[in-house]
Write a protein that binds this ligand. Structure first.
Ligand SMILES: [Fe+2]
Length: 390
């Protein structure tokens, strides 16, 4: 019997090298467009070409730069700028932070008040099913934000939080995935973003909320990640096959956005959220460091408990990472998978490199969760996992 499920995604997905050039043709609203980018993109040839494209279509652009994770104040300021200029739609071109800022700004263009009032666990108002038209163009292969219905909004420090503005209506109507945009992305950023996408695929693959459709996407995403991760596993940056590997990572990251949005995540993300709220540790680094310690504990518990199906899924992930998509999984692939996490984590900084110390650990553990993990790790197990990567 097929279980009951629901699946949400973009109304329109465009995937392919050079497809960022189609953005101006896809803008349907009248009036100026709010275009959000990161710091780097405005200095690229792709941006110059895009500016020409907007000009040729007679579209006035109001461009703003998004630096770092969006805060409530940043989103409110973007919305104020957009309203002042009469913009009716939003295009976001960048990493997860730029896309989240764009999704939030598009939503708030159709809502009264501050975004603060609508954030989960912070404000007291419910967002409504209305948003300005939004085109999301990721330039990194990581969060999969282009496929999801939430925008993560952060405030750092003692009263810090990392909360979502969330509604089914906030999934960007159009996602354009152009793998060429990630060429030149530095190795450390590529690895950290890849770790995030990989964790999202793996956690949603074993999630208690997994569906028949997320299973298909997660399996294919893990295979594609296996192919694409050769880029950093074998240091193939700048070589001939780079754009091919980037395209595998880009599609894997997109799938990870769909699977996390429809199946949910697990303990790695349940810890990475509070880490991001209380420290400067990038999300992908937190995921890449924790995936080994967390999954080793999960795998140990599955041996004792009745978790054979989950173990089979972990073995599948290990098999496709080590031997390719046609590999027949065997139980030893679970250990190989966890060993591979250690190799990746060795390429990342540690939590203490971002100033984190034991004093923050208790606060982070108290704010952490297991989300949809099939194995519930206790607070002390989560604490031990964190201390391992300090
Ligand atoms: Fe993530």
């Amino acid at each position: 019997m097929v279980k009951t499920f629901r699946h949400l995604g973009n109304a329109d997905l465009i995937f392919g090298n050079g497809k960022v050039s189609t953005v101006p043709d896809l803008v349907t609203s009248d009036g100026p467009v709010l275009v959000l980018t990161g710091n780097h993109f405005p200095h690229t040839q792709a941006w110059k070409n895009l500016e020409d494209g907007f000009r040729n279509c007679g579209i006035h652009v109001v461009r703003e730069t998004v630096s770092g994770e969006p805060s409530p104040e940043m989103v409110d300021a973007l919305v104020e700028t957009a309203r002042k200029n009469g913009t009716a739609s939003v295009v976001a071109i960048g990493g997860g932070s730029v896309l989240d800022a764009g999704k939030a700004a598009a939503a708030m263009l159709r809502h009264e008040g501050s975004i603060f009032d609508y954030l989960e666990g912070v404000g007291s108002w419910e967002p409504e099913a209305k948003t300005a038209p939004m085109i999301a163009v990721p330039t990194t292969a990581g969060t999969g934000s282009e496929a999801t219905k939430n925008a993560v909004i952060s405030r750092r420090g003692a009263d810090g939080f990392k909360k979502s503005l969330r509604h089914d209506a906030f999934i960007p109507g159009i996602a354009i995935i152009d793998p060429e945009l990630a060429v030149g992305c530095p190795p450390n950023v590529t690895i950290a973003c890849g770790m995030d996408a990989f964790c999202q695929l793996l956690e949603s693959f074993i999630s208690t909320g997994a569906t028949p459709l997320t299973d298909i996407l997660a399996r294919d995403g893990l295979c594609r990640f296996g192919k694409g991760s050769k880029l950093f596993a074998e240091n193939r940056f700048g070589l001939d096959g780079e754009v091919g590997e980037r395209s595998e990572l880009a599609l894997a990251a997109y799938y990870s956005g769909l699977t996390l949005a429809n199946a949910g995540l697990g303990t790695v993300h349940g810890l990475a959220g509070p880490i991001g709220a209380y420290s400067e540790v990038p999300h992908g680094v937190a995921c890449g460091l924790l995936v080994g310690p967390v999954f080793r504990r999960i795998a140990d518990r599955l041996v004792d408990e009745d978790g054979l199906e989950v173990l089979d899924r972990l073995a599948y992930a290990g098999a496709v990472l080590h031997r390719g998509a046609d590999a027949v999984p065997e139980r030893g692939d679970v250990d190989r998978l966890i060993d591979r996490f250690g190799e990746w984590a060795d390429q990342l900084p540690r939590l203490s490199d971002y100033g984190m110390s034991e004093t923050e650990i208790d606060t982070i553990v108290a704010a952490s969760a297991n989300k949809n993990s099939p194995v519930v790790l206790s607070e002390s197990e989560r604490r031990d996992a964190l201390v391992e990567v300090l």
